[in-house]
Write a protein that binds this ligand. Structure first.
Ligand SMILES: [Ca+2]
Ligand SMILES: [Ca+2]
Ligand SMILES: [Ca+2]
Length: 525
């Protein structure tokens, strides 16, 4: 651990229990470590495998290096470099065909002039921009065009790209500039086509017309008509269970927020996708449940999240929508524009809120290498802060947690008194104030659900249920998250006040999400 921190200058982002730590991974040359900061990587991850994002890039880079090396060795005898790369390039194009909704048109192919211009612009770009785009799309100027194109010339690029393998993400939310959002536009790459009379669920995404189960179609219709949230399938399908979980989180967990046809300006789309990474078969992405993309106001749910037990879906969806809520504290047109243009985040109101619970932002200078003008890598976030919690840095907390883990072992780790008395929920919650807050939302929700059983279940049985729920269901998905540690934390009063659960909703959720998994407890009277 010490060795690791020394090598990385203290910017340890991999979490203490990740086996990869032993190798002492260093940050790759190029953009400074701020880009890997956890803030705006609001993915609800498996707590056992945190920090892997910095590994991805290393692996990607060594992979590219390996291809080049093999190609050099074998050039002339049927190069595996080419076939590997072709496969990769093919995946990029398949992914573009699902970027807004399943089977959307592909972008218009570049003209010769566009290709030449883009080659020139890449050649003239800042070195860090040039090397990243060349790594992401090796020898593929057509993809360079898509990554740098601004179809309607409004200054917002058509796409953002994931820094990990370059998966294309929605950038300009109406890229052809015809006034219809991409996701509602039957022809998102054609300003002269795809318009509708009014912004409605389009044919290509309408579950009613696709013959989905009536309950799913009703949920999609209600969330869109009343709350302006579109449920949309991209590379993966919704399940009836997931649609129900989404519906219950919006209309019950956040009932007060969405009451009276309420909307959240920072949540527009909830989409299902196979993976956060380009290749769904890539194990590295397999532990991602879901993620919020603030620029396009989208919550993406991945395979792990789609297949998770319903009560886990309830938890990570509440966590992710809490991120949309965090962004909404400071939402206005100008801030949204800054996020969409360059991923610049300013969140004074949210920081003031978490400041009441021990979080202190420390202003830092952004490195020049975080400025991208040619294209927009998603995880390069311009957030001019690092954070202290109870006056200790994230690295100090991580080292402290790791020492306790080493001392008492996995079994007793999160029940250790030093951890419980500070109401620490787990490793991920100490990666920054954003995840800390969202993890407390899960804990608050689960505790409210369990407590709602008070009228039908004696305290000892409820406590036993809580233990089994924690150790069997929750720890099965998130081994380093213990919601019970939230009991007594100061922020719980804020959450109760901000998101008041009605007794009817709390007991409905307990019944349908917890007791269906643990039916031996608390029989109804
Ligand atoms: Ca544009
Ligand atoms: Ca459009
Ligand atoms: Ca159009």
């Amino acid at each position: 651990m010490e060795n690791y921190e020394e090598k990385t200058g203290g910017d340890v982002l991999a979490i203490a229990h990740n086996g990869n730590l032993a190798n002492g991974i260093m940050f790759p040359p190029g953009p400074s470590p701020i880009e890997w900061a956890w803030f705006l990587y609001p993915s609800y991850k498996n707590h056992a495998s945190l920090g892997l994002k910095s590994d991805f890039r290393m692996k990607m880079q060594s992979l590219i290096f390996l291809w080049a090396f093999i190609a050099l060795l074998l050039s002339g005898c049927g190069s595996p470099h080419d076939s590997q790369q072709n496969n990769f390039a093919k995946q990029q194009r398949v992914s573009l065909g699902n970027v807004f909704f399943h089977g959307n048109h592909l972008p218009n192919p570049p003209t010769t002039e566009e290709l030449n211009n883009t080659r020139d612009r890449v050649r003239a770009a800042q070195p860090w921009e040039r090397s990243l785009i060349e790594e992401l799309y090796p020898d593929d100027p057509e993809l360079w065009v898509y990554a740098t194109r601004d179809s309607d010339g409004d200054g917002l690029l058509d796409f953002w790209v994931s820094d990990y393998y370059g998966r294309f993400l929605e950038g300009d939310t109406d890229l052809d500039g015809d006034g219809i959002d991409n996701v509602l536009d039957a022809e998102p790459f054609n300003a002269a086509a795809g318009k509708q009379e009014r912004a409605d669920i389009p044919l290509q995404a309408d579950w009613n017309r696709q013959g989905k189960p009536a309950e799913m179609a009703r949920i999609q219709r209600e969330l869109f008509d009343q709350h302006r949230i579109l449920l949309v399938e991209r590379s993966a399908a919704f399940t009836p269970v997931l649609a129900r979980s989404v519906y219950d989180v919006v209309t019950r967990v956040y009932r007060a927020l969405f009451a009276g046809n309420g909307t959240l300006p920072t949540l527009r789309i909830i989409a299902t996708e196979e993976s956060s990474l380009l290749d769904p078969a890539d194990e590295e992405g397999a532990s991602d449940f879901a993620q919020v993309l603030p620029a396009s106001q989208t919550l993406e749910i991945y395979r792990r999240g789609i297949d998770a037990p319903a009560v886990i879906q309830l938890g990570y969806l509440a966590h992710e929508i809490a991120h949309n809520i965090q962004f909404s504290y400071d939402y206005d047109a100008q801030r949204q524009d800054e996020i969409m243009r360059r991923n610049y985040f300013a969140a004074p109101r949210f920081l003031e809120l978490v400041g009441r619970y021990g979080w202190t932002p420390v202003k830092i200078e952004l490195e020049p290498e975080t400025e991208f003008t040619l294209f927009r890598p998603h995880y390069v976030v311009l957030e001019p802060y690092e954070y202290l919690y109870l006056e200790e840095s994230m690295e100090q907390w991580e080292a402290w947690l790791a020492a306790i883990f080493d001392e008492v072992g996995e079994e007793s780790y999160l029940t250790d008194e030093r951890i419980t008395e500070l109401n620490i929920l787990g490793d991920y919650s100490l990666s920054g104030p954003w995840e800390w807050y969202s993890d407390f939302v899960i804990a608050w929700l689960y505790i409210e659900m369990l407590d709602s059983l008070a009228d039908r279940c004696p305290p000892a049985e409820r406590a036993a249920l809580g233990e089994v729920f924690q150790s069997e269901t929750v720890a099965g998905e998130w081994p380093y998250f213990r919601f019970e540690n939230a009991r007594g934390a100061e922020v719980m009063a804020h959450l109760r006040e901000e998101y008041p659960l009605t007794p009817a909703d709390a007991s409905y959720l307990a019944e349908h999400y917890i007791l269906t998994r643990h039916p031996d407890f608390c029989p109804s009277r």
